[in-house]
Design a protein around this ligand. Structure first.
Ligand code: C5P
Length: 235
């Protein structure tokens, strides 16, 4: 079985990120580069991680007019990332453009196309925040709606919270890849995650990939922490 753990490199510098990548490459399925690291270290950090042979998930949550998102996706394909995120609320035309360009530019470069993941509703938004924005205040209904739309636009994967994984698994085609953050062992601190699942529970509910940050990166021995999670999954 492939390793489903994607380590979130939520660190401010290239040096800190590369140190973790070197330690963790043998025990991780890939590394997530988010806004903090990308903004401080630039696209070169992605090239360097790819240079070490590890898969990269570029989590910049693109949300713009279709033409701009398509160009950003093409640039991400040039960096040879394996996954990237777009906001599903950018609309069906934006999602279609992202998926089409991911496929076209990957074939032109001879890469496998990256998985374009739709982000539905950020877990930081609650009922009040949704109605302030003018969206359906029922979080799960809004998530379902965006997930359906992303699926119809041709996206092959979604990021979803532990709260939503079971329902989305039932609703979407079996081939849809679900990527889940908020993973914690029952004995570990939840940090600022409001609802968590263990790695095993998330996989049992139908997750394909687990995004794990602090439980690995902030551990005294990150490699041992990742190995513990792998062992839990294999049991
Ligand atoms: O440290 P922790 O395991 O909580 O990190 C989870 C990662 O997943 C972070 O990079 C965070 O930004 C991301 N994420 C999340 N919740 C979401 C979407 C993304 O925690 N709903």
């Amino acid at each position: 079985m492939r390793n489903p753990i994607i380590v979130a490199l939520d660190v401010p510098t290239a040096e800190a990120a590369l140190k973790l990548v070197e330690q963790l490459t043998p025990v991780a399925g890939g590394f997530k580069v988010g806004s903090e690291l990308f903004t401080s270290a630039g696209p070169d950090i992605v090239r360097r991680i790819r240079g070490l042979g590890a898969p990269v998930f570029l989590d910049l949550k693109f949300h713009d007019i279709p033409n701009t998102v398509a160009k950003a996706v093409a640039a991400a394909v040039k960096l040879d990332v394996q996954m990237l995120t777009v906001h599903a609320s950018g609309g069906v035309e934006m999602l279609k453009a992202a998926e089409r360009v991911a496929q076209e530019s990957a074939w032109q470069l001879g890469h496998a196309p990256p998985l374009v993941l739709g982000v539905t509703i950020l877990t930081s938004l609650d009922t009040t925040a949704l109605s302030q924005i003018g969206l359906d205040p029922n979080v799960i209904r809004q998530v379902r709606r965006l997930a359906n739309m992303a699926n119809q636009a041709g996206l092959r994967g979604l990021v979803c919270s532990p709260r939503e994984v079971a329902e989305l698994r039932q609703m979407l085609p079996a081939s849809t890849q679900l990527v889940i953050p908020g993973i914690r062992a029952h004995t570990a601190p939840a940090d600022d995650q409001k609802r968590t699942l263990s790695a095993r529970e998330a996989l049992a509910l139908g997750a394909n990939w687990l995004v794990i940050g602090r439980p690995i990166c902030a551990a005294e021995d990150p490699r041992a922490a990742a190995e513990r999670i792998l062992k839990e999954i294999a049991e």
